[in-house]
Design a protein around this ligand. Structure first.
Ligand code: C2E
Ligand code: MG
Ligand code: MG
Length: 756
């Protein structure tokens, strides 16, 4: 197709040839003058244009091109000793009638550069037959294509390549032979518009028997004398063998030979691709860099044809579509319209007791079982570009879900996967039942790396095994963090504080007599970028060990006092205090008195609205420093509470000599508070509950006698709250009233109380 030009016609070709080939006017003139010589290149008769296989324009053009090439000065100078400039000049000034007596031949290729019409025609005829022979006998396929994308002429090699007869090919539209592809089409149009001279593409041709013929096609543009595009010449090389070989090698490199599932390499490519920004996938087919290095490396989807897949599998012949993995996935926008968050999920599967099957029934049975398991997993869970089932080695499989939606999606899949594998397998005439353990990880791609995702899935898989097998387990950041070396977390603490990864949650302290919020305990959390939110039990002991508790504790104190000052401003009548935990090391290693004084001054919080919680062990150890510090704090007007009372020395008499104002009874006492046994028959549990209740009652009485108030921790239901109220306990804290949460939740409770 040549845009903007009139439709192709044989007559126009003929004219083009005559106009284009220097000296062609001589040919026409000669024929017309009746010299008896039929025009050797069949330009005199329009009829002959209809004969398949004739193409004068191309021949003449070839001759000209070839001539010009061969008359290169370097060659002619030695062959003839002639003036090279003269030769080149003559080459372009092919003969006119006035030159008839002085025919000059190219010394190298013998083409006439001048001479009589007869000589010229003879030379053209000879040249034409040489080129025709070359065209007809060429080992590679050739076809001339006109402006309407129809074949003008093709050679036998091309016809044989696609299983057609030569005459059938003339006027055949190229789309009957080649599937058009948008990109190639664009380039082809550029070619026929004359914007490029040559185009090389790999194309799948349609053989008459339906199979695909892969070919390297070079298309050259043929122009007329004035440079206008005329038609194209396609040279087609059959590369099916190489292509299939390449596909087979690519397939083998990316698939497990036993189960034919994607192998680790392909799995890592897809995993890495799931971390790439949408639309940024490039196809290289090479194993992704950084696949196992922990970096979300840019990587490389692989393009595989289904022939390749069919080669390895029973579905041979399914040779049409091309599968590109992975397709770009469009990230879902965040609800607030912020940056889109892409997620990724992984189920890491391991068969339970597979080694025993191998040992007792033999490896051949084990292999068959793996094949059957793989087939079942692939059939049930592999979804084009969304979900990939791979064999990672041995009896380990993975289900990768790129662009997952939630943890629930992955745990549902894990459940289905376990259920699917629980169905018996018929192997070698016997029924085998296997179970599988699955580790599940699902998270936003920004918060992890491919290597970490796999590592955590692997760890979670072993939790499943440890917890009893035949189950799935979802990754738990706390449990994961627990496994980290203490050293790693400990060293991360200080930088995390500088990066602002800590937050404070508040849990209300409720008066049991009036049900009002009297204050709130400040409880620190670590929003760890990799492990999610870590509870203080995970890091406070480490912070104490490393000394990081000193800056961390000061930050919590400052943050909490600032918050309490805000409550004070909003609810001036309530005297809502904040209760901040103080670690032993803060008392020993820092000037906690000076720190507290400075923070109170900074934030403007009156000392009476600050309570500091200290454990018994922190104050009852040897040495006088804590006692002095507590005394100084109490003198300042700050209230001191003994946290987790009942779990340590529980030495009330000793405490009475300390400046302590509040006892916080440990939640373990309250756990035993239950309703009376049904039917009034107390069993052992209820007897113990009674004992707990009596102990708590006695402690409350004693504490009151010493001038201390009592707060009960861990209240989870109304009954516990009521029984504590009856024992005379002053305040309570627990999920029954509120879980630790944002400061605003405390404010909301205060507001509600004020309104009600
Ligand atoms: P704690 O001071 O005894 O805090 C009470 C703990 O009990 C909190 O755990 C709280 O979430 C939990 N809790 C509250 N209500 C209930 C309930 O109804 N049932 C149950 N089962 N538990 C409940 P959390 O937040 O994990 O804190 C654990 C410990 O970490 C705290 O125990 C405290 O000793 C320490 N901690 C927390 N924040 C800080 C801090 O800023 N500095 C220091 N030094 N230690 C802190
Ligand atoms: Mg506490
Ligand atoms: Mg406590």
């Amino acid at each position: 197709m040549i845009s903007g030009s009139a439709p192709f016609s044989a007559e126009r070709h003929k004219q083009a040839l005559l106009n284009r080939v220097p000296g062609a006017s001589t040919v026409r003139d000669a024929g017309h003058r009746g010299c008896g010589e039929p025009a050797g290149i069949s330009v005199s008769s329009g009829r002959e244009q209809a004969v398949p296989g004739r193409n004068e324009g191309a021949d003449a053009y070839r001759q000209r091109v070839r001539h010009a090439e061969l008359c290169h000065p370097a060659q002619t100078a030695t062959a003839e000793g002639a003036d090279t400039r003269y030769q080149r000049h003559e080459a372009h000034r092919l003969p006119t009638r006035s030159d008839e007596q002085s025919c000059v031949y190219c010394p190298t290729c013998s083409a006439p550069l001048g001479g009589t019409t007869r000589e010229l025609l003879a030379a053209l005829r000879a040249s034409e037959s040489r080129f025709r022979a070359a065209f007809a006998d060429a080992g590679i396929g050739m076809a001339l294509i006109d402006a309407e994308d129809r074949i003008i002429e093709a050679n036998p090699a091309f016809a044989a390549m696609i299983g057609r007869e030569l005459p059938d090919l003339v006027r055949t539209h190229i789309h009957d032979i080649i599937d058009p592809e948008e990109t190639d089409r664009q380039h082809y149009l550029e070619l026929v518009r004359g914007e490029r001279d040559r185009l090389r593409v790999e194309k799948r041709l349609k053989h008459r028997d339906g199979r695909a013929v892969w070919s390297n096609v070079t298309i050259s543009l043929i122009r007329d004398g004035s440079g206008r595009p005329l038609y194209t010449l396609a040279m087609v090389e059959d590369v099916t063998e190489q292509r299939l070989l390449g596909d087979r090698l690519a397939y083998q490199a990316l698939h497990d030979p036993l189960t034919r599932l994607p192998n680790r390499t392909l799995f890592f490519e897809r995993l890495n691709a799931a971390f790439m920004p949408a639309g940024d996938e490039t196809s290289t087919g090479a194993p992704a860099a950084g696949a196992e290095t922990g970096k979300p490396a840019g990587s490389a989807p692989v393009t595989l044809s289904t022939e390749a897949l069919a080669l390895g599998g029973p579905a041979a012949g399914a040779a049409t579509a091309t599968v590109t993995v992975p397709a770009a996935t469009t990230p879902a926008a965040t609800p607030g319209g912020g940056r889109p968050t892409r997620r990724v999920g992984l189920c890491y599967v391991d068969l339970d007791g597979f080694a025993a099957i191998n040992e007792t029934l033999g490896h051949h049975v084990g292999d068959q079982l793996l094949v059957a398991v793989a087939a079942r997993l692939e059939r049930g869970f592999s979804r084009d570009n969304d979900s990939l089932v791979a064999r990672l080695g041995g009896d380990e499989f993975a289900l990768l879900v790129a662009d997952s939606s939630s943890s629930e999606q992955l745990t549902r899949l894990a459940g289905e996967l376990i259920a699917a594998l629980e169905q018996p397998f018929d192997i070698a005439g016997q029924q085998l039942v296997v179970t599988a353990s699955v580790g599940v990880v699902e998270r936003p791609v920004q918060e992890t790396t491919p290597a970490d995702l796999l590592k955590d899935a692997d760890a979670t898989l072993y939790w499943s095994k440890a917890d009893g097998r035949a189950r799935w387990t979802l990754y738990d950041p706390d449990r994961g963090a627990h496994q980290l070396t203490r050293q790693r977390l400990a060293t991360a603490l200080r930088p995390a504080l500088e990066r602002g990864e800590f937050t404070v949650e508040y849990q209300p302290l409720v008066g049991l007599a009036d049900g009002a919020v009297h204050g709130a305990e400040a409880l620190v959390r670590w929003r760890h970028p990799r492990y999610g939110t870590l509870s203080p039990d995970r890091f406070i002991p480490l912070a104490e060990e490393s000394g990081a508790i000193v800056p961390l504790g000061k930050w919590v104190l400052e943050e909490s006092c600032r918050q309490a000052r805000q409550w004070m401003a909003e609810f001036p009548d309530t005297e809502t205090f904040v209760s901040v935990n103080l670690a032993a090391r803060q008392i020993w290693d820092s000037d906690v008195v000076a720190d507290v004084a400075q923070v109170l001054e900074h934030t403007g919080l009156p000392p009476r609205l600050l309570q500091l919680e200290i454990t018994e062990s922190a104050v009852l150890g040897p040495g006088g420093r804590p006692v002095q510090a507590l005394q100084a704090l109490a003198d300042m007007g700050v209230r001191i509470a003994i946290d987790d009372f009942g779990t340590g020395y529980s030495n009330l008499a000793y405490l009475s000599r300390l400046p302590v104002h509040v006892l916080k009874l440990d939640g373990s006492f309250i756990e035993g508070f239950r309703d009376p046994a049904p039917g009034g028959r107390p069993d052992n549990r209820f007897r113990r509950a009674d004992a707990d209740e009596q102990i708590v009652g006695a402690m409350v009485q004693l504490a009151h006698a010493l001038g201390l108030t009592v707060t009960a921790e861990g209240i989870e239901n109304a009954s516990q709250a009521e029984r504590l109220r009856l024992t005379g306990c002053d305040t309570a804290q627990g999920w029954y009233f509120a879980k630790p949460g944002e400061a605003e939740r405390v404010a909301a409770m205060l507001r509600a109380r004020k309104a009600g």
